[in-house]
Design a protein around this ligand. Structure first.
Ligand code: S3P
Length: 449
């Protein structure tokens, strides 16, 4: 795909994305439909597979990560229609009925797939499973889920003292626990809750700050009983519920909308209207930070669909201001920090991001990856052990940068490139397909010269 501003170039082992804005500049204009929420898509596939009867999912993300979840659950007997249209049907197997797969389950690049699935596998008594993933996933920490599952009685083995995939699991009847998680992680919380589904008794997870609550909402929608204590960030699942297939409607992913929100802010004279964005309060840290930064964003047509709040977002370009981000905000915008760093490059003053050491164990070390990409482009980004310090007002040049095969880094650098003086080439831009297969097409459709 080529026009004078956006070019995709196939290299032997990479697809390069080249962003070459004309010297007189561009604006961004138009209506954007974003892909379905990745977190909700994974959960809908998993709960559909383990419930009784039929689940239909409307608006599912057709990215590579949900494809990984679907293929793992197909390998364990769930009938899931092909993920080639955004409407998917699942013939559920009923709780406790996942079959032993004939081969190693492959979660690809997807931390949510492997960690959530692990809770289900560990609790399937007398069945044996092996799980793995790509190079990135095989280097990401699994002890955060292996340890609590072992406390529940799970039998799990893996490389480096059971901390890395591939993992082998001998399913057991698990017992109830109250787990105090040292990190605010929806993947950890959800793994334990899913592990607790077949437990005789109550499984409780307390986390240091509230992480996204899509599992809680969807488990309740499918028929599970949960007790939620907002004061202590605790959630309790009552074991052995009857789970019944549902009609799930997946809202657009605010983590994908974030690229357009920031693009709309930083490219002069732009106005974008982003339709159908999920604004679950456990995900809207990005909107709060952009408000602190003085962004011009309005929420229109607020509504609730299938238990999730949704709005259309309008963004107009404006001068952003630097700000400080940390504490309990971090889990509410964890995936948006790379693109927020891009916003900070064009803000006035200094932006400091702290308490975000978790970014070092995402699909790449995202603190190092975004700092090196933005600095190569001419920005002033200082890496901190747990965050970033970004001096705004930067003039970006444009150069070759690496995405480290990380979808969110690739897309963040592409947005930064819209303000580059020269062409920016992003290596391994194909990684965008993990969460946003149509990213380049959408970008192309909103650029006006
Ligand atoms: C996710 C939780 C977050 C997030 C990831 C998706 C989920 O990970 O970064 O992209 O769907 O539960 P952590 O639980 O590791 O914070």
């Amino acid at each position: 795909m080529t026009n004078s501003i956006i070019t995709l170039k196939n290299q032997p082992d990479s697809q390069d994305l080249i962003i070459n804005p004309p010297s007189k500049g561009i604006t961004l204009q138009g209506k954007i439909q974003i892909p379905g929420d990745k977190s909700i898509s994974h959960r809908a596939l998993m709960l559909g597979a383990i419930s009784e009867g039929i689940t239909t999912i409307q608006g599912i993300l057709l990215g590579e990560d949900p494809q990984s979840t679907a293929s793992c659950f197909r390998a364990m007997g769930a009938e899931i229609s092909p993920l080639n249209t955004t409407e998917v049907t699942i013939k559920g197997m009923g709780l406790g009925n996942l079959q032993e797969p004939q081969d190693v389950l492959n979660a690809g690049n997807s931390g949510t797939t492997i960690r959530l699935m692990l809770g289900l596998l560990a609790s399937h008594n007398n069945r044996f499973f092996a799980v793995t993933g790509d190079n990135s996933l095989r280097s990401r920490p699994m002890s955060r889920v292996v340890k609590p599952l072992q406390e529940m009685g799970a039998h799990i083995w893996g490389r480096k003292q059971n901390t890395l995939a591939p993992l082998a699991i001998a399913g057991k009847q698990l017992k109830p626990i109250h787990y105090h998680s040292p990190i605010a992680s929806a993947q950890v919380k959800s793994c334990i809750l899913l592990g607790g589904l077949m437990v005789d008794g109550k499984t409780t997870v307390t986390e240091p700050a509230l992480s996204r609550d899509h599992s809680e909402r969807m488990l309740q929608a499918f028929g599970a009983e949960l007790e939620i204590d907002g004061d202590t960030n605790s959630v309790t699942l009552i074991g052995q519920p009857h789970l019944q297939g549902q009609q799930v409607v997946v809202p657009g992913d605010i983590s994908s909308a974030a690229f357009w929100l920031i693009a709309g802010c930083i490219v002069p004279d732009s106005e974008l209207y982003i339709e159908n964005v999920g604004i679950n309060p456990t995900r809207t840290g990005i909107l709060e930070v952009l408000e602190m930064m003085n962004a011009d964003i309005s929420l229109e047509n607020q509504r609730v669909i299938a238990g999730e709040p949704i709005a259309d977002l309008r963004v107009k370009s404006c001068q952003l201001q630097g700000c400080e981000i940390g504490g309990s905000l971090i889990p509410r915008l964890i995936d948006e920090i790379p693109i927020l760093a891009v916003a900070a490059v064009f803000a006035q003053g200094i932006t400091t991001i702290k308490d975000a050491a978790e970014l070092r164990v995402k699909e790449s070390d995202r603190l190092a990856a975004i700092a090196s990409g933005l600095n190569a482009l001419g920005a002033k980004v200082n890496e901190l052990p747990d965050g970033l310090e970004i001096t705004g007002g930067g003039n970006l040049e444009g150069i070759e940068v690496d995405s480290f095969k990380d979808h969110r880094i690739a897309m963040s650098l592409a947005i930064a490139g819209l303000r580059g003086k020269n062409a920016t080439t992003i290596h391994h831009a194909e990684s965008a397909a993990i969460s946003y297969p149509d990213f380049v097409e959408t970008l192309q459709s909103i650029i006006k010269v």
